[in-house]
Ligand binder design. Sequence first.
Ligand SMILES: Cc1cc2nc3c(=O)[nH]c(=O)nc-3n(C[C@H](O)[C@H](O)[C@H](O)COP(=O)(O)OP(=O)(O)OC[C@H]3O[C@@H](n4cnc5c(N)ncnc54)[C@H](O)[C@@H]3O)c2cc1C
Length: 237
Amino acid sequence: MRDVVIVGGGPVGMFLAALLAERGLDVAVWEKRVSPSALSRAIGVHPPALEAFSRVGVADDVVGEAVHISRGVAKSAGRTLGAVSFAGVSAEFPFVASLPQHRTEAIISARLEALNPQALQRGVELRGIDDVDPGHVRLHGRSGGHDVFELARFVVGADGARSAVRSLLRIPATLKIYDDPFVMGDFRDDTGDADDAVIHLEAGEWSSRSRCPVACGVSSCTPVSRWCVRPPTCSPN
Ligand SMILES: Cc1cc2nc3c(=O)[nH]c(=O)nc-3n(C[C@H](O)[C@H](O)[C@H](O)COP(=O)(O)OP(=O)(O)OC[C@H]3O[C@@H](n4cnc5c(N)ncnc54)[C@H](O)[C@@H]3O)c2cc1C
């Protein structure tokens, strides 16, 4: 019987698994994807997360690969509206570390592999959870068309926004669906913004609601800029 089975091998699940493995617990991570995601997703890892990463020995690798964003700047029509420095947010990490999320995941995954090569089990999807008796749960999963079962003292749901663990255990959650769609992409950087994160707040003719900026750009990775743009769909029409 395992001490802990973590459902979900995203950054949260793998980080927790590394923490527990460092403390000598027998931990497994069930991840339904067969291979890692290659998407950029996160723009930056913030100082409290970097401090937590230090505890499992991955902060240096993350910080070493990342662009260090030490300032956020808001602009409109070429004019600077304001700037916020991150210099005072943390003595050790006075910046937001910007790197594609798949790199953060690869670094944590390598650390977990070093601590326990068998911990991350890819291609295993959680399907059911039973209370066997007080103190034990039995997990049912599917892997490669076969049923798999595991007994554990604890199960942890780190399986994302539409958590199967939460649904199976009927844990209520207040979900909020945001109206505003965004498109994100990485492009060659010709902004001259260096390592600043820049938010561009521009009103467009199509926008009938003044609260909707048409574009918010974040210059995050040099020489690549990651742009997160709000496309022109916030019109009520
Ligand atoms: C466009 C975009 C931009 C973002 N920008 C930022 C940012 O700048 N900074 C930031 O901190 N965050 C950002 N985020 C959010 C960040 O990506 C998430 O917060 C992060 O991925 C959450 O990690 P997680 O491990 O909790 O969940 P996830 O990354 O969602 O991982 C959950 C894992 O669980 C697995 N899973 C699900 N169901 C099951 C099941 N039944 N059985 C087994 N496995 C299962 C999934 O395959 C997945 O791998 C952004 C996200 C997006 C999409």
